[in-house]
Write a new protein. Structure first.
Length: 394
């Protein structure tokens, strides 16, 4: 029997007590890797509620030994001193976390770092001091052209150094790979998609026949990103043409301004319904009762919620941004131009007709998700990359 490797997931984003849903897609990758390796996950963050300078929590979640290190926020009145103290506490927090990881694992074979900068400096340091190789998985939309973001001098130099020293860089879409290369982040690239639990997210066997077509939207509800206001205006416009649909907006963001806008448009609790944060299991149940998933973001990468929808057998109506076009074809839904509300309105109308005509095959959508995004498939891809890295590191 082959001995399991010890893999450290080092992440700038990971669920924690301050932001419980931050980087839950990284957590899912860690859980996938735990199918074939011993996995520990480490994340550090500032927390205003800290009583001590540093506080550490340890939990084993879905076979992933998870260490979160919290450090007290710095509130010094002099900016330069505040920045120096923040950096010191952050670095010390990583050091404390690594001590906990080493005590649990004994040794680390490979670091799987997530979100290139700035925490990639820790992975780079481990490689240089302890000769532990690392790969980087990138999820961030920060590199996309739509963000019009340029890196500062220090970030640019360090990011290129982190990328160059990684054994592999694994963005979650081909579109993100291109964006990173356009930023001069040269490296050894392999696209590895986000992961979905296809045992939980699957087509409903007892799907109710909805009298109205039920569109579902799940996100942070952040308007500059997700364009909730654009969807609400579109729903209001379509409601003047037909009454055979409704939209449910679910998210962990502030619903109040969106509810106010829906009331202003006269569609609140008639065509547009709102609800707050849901567990993963509750989201799966919502998808079982939905007919389609809708996203109208101004920019994206490859949102996990889209692949959860496909796994649930739902067609997807989305703006054509980021890596979404790599997976949403005519057989799996429809793409519209970002910010084009008229095109979204026509897309909703067409999708309603397609659904009523039975033009989407739920089993085929789920099979596509199983083949590309399941824990087993993503786990196998990472396992193959790890073997290459460790073979070359002997």
């Amino acid at each position: 029997m082959t001995k399991k490797r010890n893999i450290l997931f080092l992440s700038g984003w990971y669920p924690n007590r301050v932001l419980p849903t931050l980087g839950n897609f990284v957590q899912k990758h860690a859980e996938a890797v735990a199918l074939h390796s011993n996995v520990a996950a480490l994340h550090v963050c500032a927390d205003a509620s800290c009583v001590q300078e540093f506080e550490v929590t340890e939990n084993t979640i879905n076979n992933v030994f998870t260490v979160n290190v919290y450090y007290k926020k710095v509130n010094h009145g002099i900016p330069i001193i505040s920045q120096v103290q923040k950096i010191r506490r952050n670095l010390e927090a990583w050091s404390i976390g690594l001590q906990h990881i080493n005590k649990k694992l004994g040794h680390i074979d490979l670091v799987h770092h997530n979100i290139l900068y700035p925490s990639g400096i820790i992975a780079l340091n481990l490689k240089r001091k302890k000769r532990i190789p690392y790969i980087v998985t990138e999820h961030s939309t920060a590199y996309l052209p739509s963000k019009s973001r340029s890196m500062g001098f220090t970030e640019s130099i360090l990011s290129k150094m982190i990328a160059r020293n990684a054994s592999f860089i694994t963005p979650v879409s081909g579109d993100l790979k291109k964006a990173m290369l356009d930023h001069g982040l040269a490296g050894n690239y392999e696209v590895v998609y986000n992961v979905v639990n296809t045992k939980l997210f699957s087509p409903s066997k007892t799907k109710p026949g909805n009298a109205k077509i039920n569109f579902l939207h799940i996100s942070t509800l952040d308007d500059p990103h997700k364009n909730i206001s654009g969807m609400l205006s579109t729903v209001a416009a379509l409601s003047k043409r037909r009454a055979d649909f409704q939209c449910h907006f679910i998210g962990d963001g502030d619903t109040a301004p969106h509810i106010a806008r829906a009331k202003q448009l006269g569609i609140h609790n008639t065509f547009a319904f709102f609800d707050g944060t849901k567990t993963t299991e509750e989201i799966a149940a919502l998808m079982h009762n939905a007919d389609a998933f809708m996203l109208f973001s101004n920019y994206e990468n490859l949102p996990v919620v889209i692949i959860e929808a496909l796994a649930s057998g739902l067609p997807v109506l989305s703006s054509n941004v980021g890596g979404i076009h790599e997976h949403i074809t005519q057989e799996r839904g429809m793409l519209v131009e970002a910010k084009n509300e008229k095109e979204l309105e026509e897309g909703m109308a067409q999708l309603i007709e397609n659904i009523r005509a039975g033009r989407y095959d739920a089993a085929a959508l789920a099979a596509y998700a199983e083949e590309n995004f399941s824990y087993e498939k993503v786990s196998a891809k990472f396992h193959h990359l790890y073997q290459q890295v460790l073979k070359n590191n002997v």
